[in-house]
Design a protein around this ligand. Sequence first.
Ligand SMILES: C[S@@+](CC[C@H](N)C(=O)[O-])C[C@H]1O[C@@H](n2cnc3c(N)ncnc32)[C@H](O)[C@@H]1O
Length: 302
Amino acid sequence: MTHAKIPLAEGQILLGENLALLPVFADGCFQLIYIDPPFNTGRAQVRRTLRVVGDAAGERTGFGGRRYRSRVLGSSAYGDSFDDYLAFLRPRLEHARRLLREEGTLYLHIDYREAHYCKLLLDEIFGRDCFLNEIIWAYDYGGRSRRRWPAKHDTILVYVKDRGAYHFDASEVDREPYMAPGLVGAEKAARGKLPTDVWWHTIVPTSGREKTGYPTQKPEGIVRRMVSASTRPGDACLDFFAGSGTLGAVAAQLGRRYVLIDSNPRAVEVMRARLPGAEVKTCVEPAPRASDRRRGAGHVSR
Ligand SMILES: C[S@@+](CC[C@H](N)C(=O)[O-])C[C@H]1O[C@@H](n2cnc3c(N)ncnc32)[C@H](O)[C@@H]1O
């Protein structure tokens, strides 16, 4: 099938099913692709925005025993259950490879339940020698199971299009404090050290500037490292499971172009507010096939 290829704008947000939209882009037009697909948790991902006000008869107890009442202001949700997760991902990852420049890099953000299956799939699509890194993003949030080691990390698989040509500039990445600065001398301690493949970084703070209220929003700090190391100013970046548009926010801050795709109208609303300079388009979606409906692709209604 042939498709009209569209030129890239500075910043673009597309509402639509990614598999229907990816063929629209020409081969090799992105320097970086970051995707954070639904993790196949088997649950709908829901985030509620609450307003909490003081109320002696309220259902919540806060600091010093004060009582509060909460009111739900809104909620965002999307489906996250797939019968055959790899069959859902495969054609999208094949497009990802096609869309990367020879110097380009894919970052696939996934959790421990699917990471090993995705690694094998990417080895097949990109070739084992194009595997660059397995990044562990470690955070410390939420409950702690007493029945197993509490899972507090995500995995980011990094593949390059061409092992001999890829762009990676460690000097552009933010540095970390040494664990024992006294052992390395004042100059080195002041400069900090290069991050390794294990990134300790908080989740998006509940009341910070970054917070959009979209479920599973990822922190700008981790995405900024990827964009800084693997692109140059002016390069084009793509996220086709864009959610709240974290990749676009970082790309705009660093002077990179971006395309963000999501099938959930709520995600596009959030991205429009977060990136007022972006061009927003609603794309016609083909009726879902029976197999896609069984896999649960797409969003659930609010
Ligand atoms: C884990 S969230 C991405 C979160 C994002 N990284 C952020 O920082 O906000 C996954 C997103 O993929 C979208 N999605 C799921 N299936 C899709 C599909 N087939 N086409 C386009 N978007 C899809 C969901 O609506 C959801 O917003």
